[in-house]
Ligand binder design. Structure first.
Ligand code: HQG
Length: 181
């Protein structure tokens, strides 16, 4: 595994899920102090430097992380299970968005709609290719079509993360088109 991928996985852990693992404290908007992150990571055997962080923020395939404008803080753009307020403005979604899942989840989704599970939001993709990759992480991919504009008109709020992932709290089943439907 490359250094970049290792650091990216480590950042996903501490900036999205378990900051306490290294004694890090995120502020209410999910930001960590870069200096503190580097210091805490290094005391626990994770080699981390400012240049390495800069490479990960710039190169990461999905732009998972961002620096604050002044470069003093860093956070994950989406994907959190810890409770943070990304303070994203609500955005009007396109007509359709896509959710990639695994075939074994489909019966349950038909019964309950999409819920956010451990994360703070349901994640929706702008295109089928991205949704397919997301679904493949869990098993045999199945693409669900979400009638996002209709949902928004019905009062559901959508947010667009800094790296282009659409987020919403839940998707009731009446807004989902299942394959073969
Ligand atoms: C499923 C990655 C049963 C849901 C991706 C998904 C994404 C249900 C799984 C981001 C269900 C949760 C998030 C229900 C939802 N019954 N299963 N009612 N409702 N599910 O990993 O969307 O690479 O928490 O379909 O690119 O797969 O980490 O969510 O299969 O943006 O940056 O429960 O993670 O980003 O799985 O992925 P996850 P996800 P990163």
């Amino acid at each position: 595994m490359s250094d970049i991928v290792k650091v990216s996985k480590f950042l996903s852990l501490v900036l999205r899920h378990k900051p306490e693992e290294i004694g890090l404290v995120l502020d209410e908007n999910g930001w960590a102090e870069v200096e503190e992150l580097i210091r805490l990571a290094n005391t626990r055997g994770h080699r981390l430097t400012r240049p390495l962080l800069e490479r990960v923020v710039a190169d990461n395939d999905k732009k998972r992380f961002a620096f604050s404008e002044d470069g003093v803080r860093i956070r994950a753009n989406q994907g959190h299970s810890v409770e943070v307020d990304l303070a994203l403005p609500p955005s009007e979604p396109p007509e359709l968005l896509y959710h990639g899942t695994a075939s074994r989840f489909v019966d349950s989704i038909r019964a309950e709609g999409l819920h956010s599970g451990n994360r703070q939001h349901v994640h929706l993709s702008l295109d089928v290719t991205t949704a397919t990759k997301v679904g493949q992480r869990h098993g045999k991919p199945v693409i669900l079509v979400v009638r996002a504009r209709e949902m928004s008109t019905a009062g559901h709020t959508f947010f667009l993360s800094a790296n282009g992932v659409w987020l919403t709290e839940r998707v009731p089943v009446e807004f989902i088109t299942f394959p073969g439907a």
